[in-house]
Design a protein around this ligand. Structure first.
Ligand code: PEP
Ligand code: MN
Length: 339
């Protein structure tokens, strides 16, 4: 349930409504929107409360039941698009944000080479995994904290911000010490203990869509993080879903971009690399996302893809990456965005 306050509402009236909500045993979250202050009433049995309980308060414009099972992530709660701000960079604004880097941090030399080329081509974030969930549990799972240290060094040298994945609740604090954005991988989208843990640190979260998750499940997972951290700082990332078709690694779910824009205020980042699984599809997949209204891209790059420890087949060489960046800049311009 959400309570939309009148434009003329004052602080006392807001406090009175909050006190009522809390006296009924529910939690609140508030959105100070451009038009209205909106109070979300959160709890598992808000359906049992009559909307009239709040309609009687002065300063209340209307009380609405939200039909979606996700509330804080929904456009009902917050109508203006969320811009996640991190280290002076805005995600969800007019400028598209590019995140690039190797699938796994393998060595300082490899990561620095990626960072330089990423920066030279307009990326704002360096993305690389130090803790890796893999399709096979027997594959390389990352360098751990040594990988995080290499990421921090690359940030120091290039000024790029760092996005990296966290795979277990116990390691959230450690990873947050090094990362500007925490990534929750596709395989962990519904790992609720992990979502709770990341919601407690002050870092934006890049939440990848689960391999077989519906959009509703994905937005509920986002909602769960939002509920924990009190700030709208979740970035959604689509990376392909599992279907009957095996001609690409995953089926590219680029159609989610306009769907999400009708459902949520959260920014959307596209990952063409993991969907494609093959480097030669990545540029076209990236272009589709830019044309379709994405707020940014994640692309895997590697100085020597043939010898990459993970995801070499989908990693762009530096020259392919530079070419792709030039091409997407033109598309961005055509749809009124900048890179
Ligand atoms: C990754 O980003 O390298 C990764 C493992 O992605 P996903 O969780 O989307 O499979
Ligand atoms: Mn990868």
């Amino acid at each position: 349930m959400i309570i939309e306050m009148k434009k003329t509402v004052d602080g006392k009236e807001i406090q009175a409504v909050i006190a009522k909500v809390e006296s009924l045993g529910f939690e609140v979250q508030i959105n100070n929107g451009k038009e209205h202050v909106v109070i979300a009433v959160l709890g598992s049995d808000t359906g049992d409360v009559d909307t009239q309980v709040f309609e009687a308060f002065s300063g209340v414009e209307q009380v609405l039941r939200i039909q979606n099972p996700f509330k804080l992530a929904s456009l009902d709660f917050k109508k203006d698009p969320t811009i996640v701000k991190v280290g002076g960079i805005e995600i969800g604004g007019n400028e598209l944000v590019i995140m690039a880097g190797p699938c796994s941090v393998e060595s300082e030399e490899q990561l620095l080479a990626c960072a330089k080329i990423a920066k030279a081509n307009g990326a704002k974030f360096l993305r690389g995994g130090a803790f890796k969930p893999r399709s096979s549990p027997f594959a390389f799972q990352g360098l751990g904290e040594d990988g995080l240290k290499i990421l921090a060094k690359a940030r120091e040298k290039t000024g790029l911000l760092v996005v990296t994945e966290v795979v277990s609740p116990e390691e959230v604090k450690l990873v947050a010490n090094y990362a500007d954005i925490l990534q929750i991988g596709a395989r962990n989208m519904q790992n609720y203990r992990l979502l709770e843990a990341v919601s407690k640190v002050k870092r934006p979260i890049l939440l990848k869509r689960g391999l077989s998750a519906t959009i509703e499940e994905w937005l509920m997972a986002a909602d769960y993080i939002l509920r924990g951290n009190g700030e709208p700082n979740v970035i959604l990332c689509h990376r392909g879903i599992r279907t009957f078709d095996s001609s690409t690694r995953f089926t590219y779910d680029v159609g989610v971009i306009p769907v999400l824009k009708r459902l949520t205020h959260l920014p959307i980042i596209s990952d063409p690399s993991h969907a494609a699984g093959k480097f030669y599809y990545v540029a076209d997949f990236a272009k589709m996302a830019v044309a379709g209204g994405t707020d940014g891209l994640i692309m895997e790059i590697h100085p020597d893809p043939q010898n990459a420890i993970s995801d070499g087949a989908q990693s762009l060489t530096f020259s392919d990456f530079s070419r792709t960046m030039k091409e997407i800049k033109n598309i961005a311009k055509a749809v009124g965005r900048k890179i």
